[in-house]
Design a protein. Structure first.
Length: 406
């Protein structure tokens, strides 16, 4: 619409100029090289306009002829690019389909046709990996890591290779570089965190865990356990008062994390704070009863004989009376004290058809120790062996067996 308006305005201006010249006729005389030309002003202007138009057409023709080689070359290059990108597409499809031969063929073809080297290098690396040539893939990934636009992809490829060959130190170095390149990538943050834990970089892992929390890359209910584990590991690196401080922080981060509670209790006992250690174990027992906690509780209460150990176990069981571990703790202490009735009362209440292997083993020991009934003891042992090899039962291997009675 604007274009047509401009044309109308232009035509109107030309008509106005033509009318103005028609009202003011005049003559022009031109002498040059012995010739004389007499004409009117309008005719002279028309001739000048025609000359300008002819010159413009000639210039346009010359300009177009001059650009013919460039236009032809660009058209040829565009055709090559289209064929190259088609080869890239077919190569990526071949990689996805697991066709290594076709992927290598398309990668070589794309390399000769496409100017986009990063994409070609990526396809070549994936084809080499698919073919099992990790050294060639590493060269391609290294080349990508040196280019700013593909640095992250190259580092990620090298990182995956390092993890595959279990070179954890190199993998950690590459993970740190990948984190610097893309600190908000969930995969990078989780990989860096796992590698820091695997290599014992507990302080660095704690910092990464904080970043994970800020980016919300981990479920909130998992964070206390993870933080407690990291603090507990740092406690193991010391043997002075710093160990106690780290253990206290670990227990505070997650009061239900049993290793931290056991470590904290043992350090409190070593510092002469047995009562405080026992109170802490009682609170933890209310959350997560565990055989290791029972052992730590006997140490905290200084239960050094069988009868006192039974009384201590009964006291601990009151903090979670309905849990199976409470009954097992009392039964273990009773077996050591040779209080067969107390042991049988606690074991038979949990020795049903779904009794875990630990209970079956304790029942076998009770039958043999109290009555010398080897047949019944063997039956319980067979049940324990069967349950231990059942899916999901391997974690129930006995952790708190009584010492043989004298």
């Amino acid at each position: 619409m604007l274009r047509w308006g401009f044309i109308i305005v232009l035509l109107g201006a030309a008509a106005a100029v033509a009318g103005w010249l028609a009202q003011r006729p005049g003559m022009v005389a031109l002498e040059w090289a012995g010739y004389r030309i007499d004409t009117s002003v309008p005719v002279l202007l028309i001739l000048i306009g025609a000359l300008v138009v002819v010159c413009a057409l000639l210039y346009r023709l010359w300009w177009s002829l001059r650009r013919v080689p460039r236009t032809v070359g660009r058209a040829r290059q565009d055709r090559q690019q289209r064929r190259g990108y088609a080869a890239l597409s077919r190569g990526l499809v071949a990689v996805a389909a697991g066709d290594s031969a076709s992927a290598r063929k398309q990668a070589r073809r794309a390399e000769t046709l496409v100017d986009d080297r990063p994409l070609v290098t990526l396809l070549s690396a994936q084809a080499a990996q698919l073919d099992g040539d990790e050294q060639a893939a590493a060269r391609f990934f290294q080349s990508m890591s040196e280019r700013p636009e593909t640095a992250f992809l190259g580092v990620r490829g090298l990182l995956v290779q390092a993890m595959k060959r279990e070179d954890w130190d190199q993998a950690l170095t590459l993970a740190r570089r990948a984190y610097r390149l893309n600190p908000k990538s969930e995969w990078v943050v989780r990989t860096l965190y796992d590698l820091q834990k695997r290599t014992g970089q507990w302080a660095d892992a704690e910092a990464t865990l904080g970043e994970t929390s800020k980016l919300r890359l981990m479920p909130p209910d998992e964070l206390p356990h993870e933080r407690a584990e990291l603090l507990y590991k740092q406690s193991l690196e010391f043997s002075d008062e710093r160990a106690l401080d780290w253990a206290r922080r670990a227990h505070k981060a997650d009061p239900g994390f049993v290793p931290a509670a056991i470590r904290y209790a043992s350090l409190l006992c070593a510092a002469g704070k047995n009562r405080r250690a026992a109170a802490m174990i009682e609170r933890t027992w209310e959350r997560t009863p565990d055989p290791g906690l029972a052992e730590a509780y006997w140490s905290a209460r200084q239960a050094d004989d069988g009868l006192k150990k039974v009384q201590t176990a009964q006291r601990l069981a009151k903090h979670n009376p309905g849990h199976i571990e409470s009954r097992i703790a009392v039964a273990v202490a009773a077996l050591e004290a040779r209080l067969w009735g107390e042991a049988r009362t606690n074991l038979e209440s949990i020795a049903g058809p779904d009794a875990p292997p630990r209970v079956c083993l304790l029942m076998a020991e009770l039958e043999e120790a109290e009555h010398g009934d080897l047949a019944r003891a063997r039956t319980w042992l067979m049940r324990a062996a069967t349950d231990e090899h059942a899916p999901g039962m391997s974690s129930q291997v006995p952790q708190m067996m009584p010492r043989p009675a004298d």
